[in-house]
Write a protein that binds this ligand. Structure first.
Ligand SMILES: *[C@@H]1O[C@H](CO)[C@@H](O)[C@H](O)[C@H]1NC(C)=O
Ligand SMILES: *[C@@H]1O[C@H](CO)[C@@H](O)[C@H](O)[C@H]1NC(C)=O
Ligand SMILES: *[C@@H]1O[C@H](CO)[C@@H](O)[C@H](O)[C@H]1NC(C)=O
Ligand SMILES: *[C@@H]1O[C@H](CO)[C@@H](O)[C@H](O)[C@H]1NC(C)=O
Ligand SMILES: *[C@@H]1O[C@H](CO)[C@@H](O)[C@H](O)[C@H]1NC(C)=O
Ligand SMILES: *[C@@H]1O[C@H](CO)[C@@H](O)[C@H](O)[C@H]1NC(C)=O
Ligand SMILES: *[C@@H]1O[C@H](CO)[C@@H](O)[C@H](O)[C@H]1NC(C)=O
Ligand SMILES: *[C@@H]1O[C@H](CO)[C@@H](O)[C@H](O)[C@H]1NC(C)=O
Length: 821
């Protein structure tokens, strides 16, 4: 199910390169390191005893926040000296450190640590209500820090390729307490390391563990100052170690320190595997996307006599095409070049000796990372560099942090940012018309200041500035045209493309209908969803596109598509009331569905409070099928839903089911949820396996997804459960046994008509046939579901005529289905 992962193929390489072997630890190299002890008194610095690195105060990296020492009671509990003090940010929703200088295109490890230490006397509250805030790498969500223990050091680490001459690390206040930070470290890495970190994506560390040891290892043992945490192995494993030198061959993409590889664990017997597992966080903002993972394992062999060979499996699937055969005292690894994205968020890695291996597997260390998505939005790096230079020259101390233009609500005061509309880049302009952004001096002085900067900065920078100023001039001329207001905030109220239809709303109307976005009812794949009310009283759900996302924004095809969808009306489809599209905002306004989604009721937040009975579920299935059938056949051109799942079947008043989020596949959903398309098809559980081959989603792909939803409805189980097969296989296996109780949702309490269930399972298995041409149309599915519902209603009302005959037929067709496979 996961697409091919190359093996490390080290064995052969190693033989060829033996004469070239070098030690991984050559010279100590702390150039390109920045070590900030946040909250240290301004101007001070110290040499850290353990690492020998020079930690400085955050002077010059940030101008906001307050310094605090942790409470004396916690002194001594800090893992690192940097934990003794911190900087907290009681004001400002976003506060950013600017790590500089960096070199564009170079790779850096950036690490932030957080130790609360009851610095504000509120440590006791953390247990009952954790302090939660978000950390962003520039514009991109990096990690959510949830502090419930004053004595604990929380760590976030990311490997990132610099896009400009600085890297911003931003702390975002999400309303769950005051963000703070204890230390911030940046380490220059060789660009060939960690190939999964590239210009368009970063990787954030989840775990880095070292086996068979009890001490933490970092700089100077690791020249990149990675933290290798000792992990106590589970029982059944043995510690092994060596004092001999372990070598890396040149071009090794991890350069694991020799000391890490000098200890390891092994199992006692070739039939016993070594395994580790992890679970994806569940409390992240929906906008951060489901994390996709990479992992690496590291090992070598300490003996030189017998064959040691093993395979690595991820959730039961082989991860490398060839087995690993670690060479004597030379570092080796396995590494996945494509990410894993498993619906349930549970990952298990199992390392097993092959049947020809004389020795059990070994493991010295492993690292797990999740993908930090970059959605492409950013201010052009030249402009960022130019603005940072201006900021430094002026020593601007307020409000100028992070990306100058994005996200919009944190735009640097005094700047006008304009999208060039093509590459989704944003040009930052120095607004000289609107007062002094730096010191609130008079506009005249301001002009002189700009000139001054242009004179003193180096030639290259002058070129950048001049072009910036030219653009500024050009755009200001544009801005003087009457229809375009000349401040950023007014701009927000103007729509930029006009399709006169009455279904297009202005941003101002949006604010009115949502009462200034006061009631957030959820988070969609691309932004928050607000409750709203139209002037005539209709309740609506307003799906906002997050300002950092550029998907579909303003493109005429997209607007045409949306326009088209506002004409699609059906009882069992969620009505798209309208949309708002201006330069900065995109919103879709949908009919409000008060009872949540089918997912909520079967598996999600309402599953415990309110369990749908079989008769309700069968009715919901029929209604949804009718909605989908209408999409496929009721309009001039068929509309492919392309993302059907139980989350997208919503329940309105009286629990009537309606399908939502349809038809925006081309320009919207695909791009908004690109993690779906970059992931191998099928891993998400609902995706048509044929899509993997054709790359095209068709109406029969929707039929497949609908079949999966039907099985979910019957069983109450998610499509994918770790360590087992897909729901289609699971149900088939149980159907073969013929025992309905083996797969029916136990929450029905036996209250169902057996033949009704068989009927639905039969349809579901037809819908999920691998070959799309063997799947029924939705019209057929509707007809069959009507029969199934009638059977169930007959049972509920006590009439049982005709059922036995129907039942016999259904079992027949299931049997023929199974024998055909
Ligand atoms: C640390 O570095 C700063 C700036 O480079 C320097 O001023 C300071 O003296 C150094 N501190 C120590 C203890 O070496
Ligand atoms: C923290 O403690 C150090 C020395 O113990 C002191 O110099 C510094 O002023 C204290 N900082 C704050 C913010 O209280
Ligand atoms: C803090 O949160 C973690 C993770 O959610 C949990 O495992 C732990 O038990 C919590 N600790 C306390 C003291 O509540
Ligand atoms: C980044 O680019 C690489 C190819 O250069 C591609 O394989 C990868 O999917 C891209 N990542 C994202 C998040 O788009
Ligand atoms: C292996 O080493 C770790 C760390 O030194 C230790 O905690 C553990 O008990 C050892 N296990 C065995 C089986 O000796
Ligand atoms: C490695 O050296 C240390 C001290 O020199 C010694 O205690 C240990 O037993 C040696 N380990 C092996 C595997 O030779
Ligand atoms: C290895 O373990 C398996 C299962 O625990 C056992 O059946 C087998 O006899 C063991 N082999 C050796 C050589 O100890
Ligand atoms: C060992 O495993 C391979 C593939 O997993 C299989 O083809 C082979 O028959 C097995 N050999 C033995 C002796 O079991």
């Amino acid at each position: 199910m996961w697409c091919g992962l190359p093996s490390s193929s080290l064995f052969i390489l190693v033989i060829v390169l033996l004469p070239l072997l070098v030690h991984s630890q050559t010279a100590s190299l702390d150039e390109g390191f920045i070590s900030i002890d946040c909250g240290l008194s301004s101007g001070s610095s110290y040499l850290d005893e353990k690492t020998g690195l020079n930690y400085t105060s955050d002077d010059g990296y940030i101008y906001t926040g307050e310094n605090h020492n942790i409470s004396a009671k916690y002194n001594g509990q800090e893992l690192f000296k940097t934990g003794l003090n911190l900087r907290s940010f009681p004001t400002g929703g976003r506060n950013c450190y600017t790590l500089s200088p960096t070199t564009t295109g170079h790779k850096y490890l950036v690490r932030a640590m957080f130790m609360h230490g009851n610095y504000n006397g509120k440590g006791n509250d953390l247990v009952s209500s954790p302090l939660v805030f978000d950390v962003y790498m520039g514009l991109y969500f990096w990690d959510r820090i949830s502090v419930n223990n004053s004595a604990k050091t929380y760590i976030a680490e990311v490997i990132v390729v610099a896009k400009a001459n600085s890297i911003s690390v931003c702390l975002i206040d999400i309303g769950d307490g005051t963000p703070f930070i204890s230390s911030l470290e940046m380490r220059l890495m060789k660009s060939s390391l960690y190939p999964a970190a590239m210009a368009n994506q970063s990787i954030a560390l989840q775990e880095r563990n070292s086996m068979g040891t009890n001490s933490l290892l970092r700089y100077p043992d690791d020249i990149y100052d990675r933290l290798w945490w000792p992990l106590k192995a589970s029982s059944g494993l043995l510690n092994i170690s060596t004092n001999r030198t372990i070598k890396n061959y040149p071009g090794n993409i991890f350069e694991v320190p020799a000391r890490v590889l000098q200890t390891a664990v092994t199992s006692t017997n070739t039939s016993i595997p070594i395994s580790f597992s992890w679970t994806a966080p569940t409390d992240w903002p929906a906008t951060a996307a489901v994390p996709a993972y990479f992992y690496n394992t590291h090992f070598t062999d300490y003996q030189n006599q017998r064959v040691r060979e093993f395979n690595t499996y991820t959730n039961g699937d082989l991860s490398t095409s060839d087995p690993s055969r670690p060479a004597y005292l030379i570092s080796d690894y396995t590494y996945s070049s494509s990410q894993y994205n498993i619906d349930t968020g549970f990952y298990n890695v199992c390392i097993i000796a092959t049947n020809t291996s004389e020795l059990p597997p070994v493991l010295s260390a492993y690292e797990t990372f999740y993908l930090v998505q970059h959605d492409g939005t950013m201010t052009s790096p030249e402009d960022v560099d130019a603005m940072m230079t201006i900021r430094t020259e002026y020593q601007v101390k307020k409000n100028w942090m992070g990306d100058p233009c994005l996200p919009e609500n944190y735009r640097w005061t005094g700047l006008i940012c304009q999208s060039d509309g093509i590459t989704s880049g944003v040009i930052s302009l120095y607004d000289t018309t609107n007062g002094d952004p730096c010191n609130e001096k008079s506009p005249k002085k301001k002009k002189a200041a700009v000139l001054f900067v242009a004179i003193v900065v180096p030639i290259l920078m002058v070129a950048v500035l001049v072009s910036t100023l030219l653009l500024c001039y050009f755009c200001r001329k544009q801005a003087q045209r009457p229809e375009v207001p000349d401040t950023a905030s007014k701009e927000e109220y103007e729509d930029h493309i006009h399709i006169s239809d009455g279904r297009e709303f202005t941003y101002k109307e949006l604010m009115e209908m949502t009462n200034n976005f006061s009631v957030c009812i959820g988070e969609g794949g691309f932004g928050p969803v607000f409750h709203g009310q139209l002037k005539e009283g209709t309740q609506v759900a307003v799906k906002m596109q997050s300002p950092t996302s550029t998907i579909g924004k303003g493109t005429t095809e997209f607007l045409a598509e949306v326009e088209n969808l506002t004409t699609v009306h059906h009882r069992y489809l969620v009505f798209l009331v309208g949309y708002c599209s201006n330069k900065n905002h995109l919103a879709l306004i949908y009919e409000y569905m008060p009872n949540g989604s089918l997912y909520d009721h079967i598996r999600g937040k309402n599953a415990i409070v309110q369990t749908l009975r079989w008769c309700d579920r069968a009715r919901i299935a029929l209604e949804a099928a009718q909605g989908l059938d209408y999409l496929h056949t009721g309009c001039v051109l068929p509309i492919v839903h392309s993302d059907l799942k139980s989350h997208n079947i919503l329940l309105g008043h009286d629990m009537v089911a309606k399908i939502s989020d349809f038809g925006l596949s081309k320009s919207y959903l695909n791009a908004a949820q690109s993690h779906i398309s970059v992931t191998a098809a099928g891993t998400l559980g609902y995706i048509d396996p044929e899509y993997c081959l054709s790359g095209r989603l068709t109406i029969s792909s929707d039929v497949f997804s609908f079949g999966v939803v039907l099985l979910e409805i019957v069983t109450g189980e998610p499509p994918i459960i770790p360590t087992t097969v897909h729901i289609v296989q699971r149900v088939k296996e149980k159907v073969a046994v013929g025992n309905i109780e083996a797969f029916v949702d136990p929450r029905f309490g036996g209250e169902y008509d057996t033949n009704s269930i068989w009927k639905v399972v039969d349809i579901a298995l037809l819908c999920t046939k691998e070959a799309s041409h063997e799947r029924p149309t939705m019209s057929t599915v509707v007809a069959e579901l009507k029969v199934a519902l009638a059977l169930e209603n007959a049972r509920a009302s006590g009439s049982i005529s005709d059922i036995s005959q129907g039942g016999a037929n259904f079992e027949l067709s299931i049997n023929s289905l199974l024998s055909a496979r």
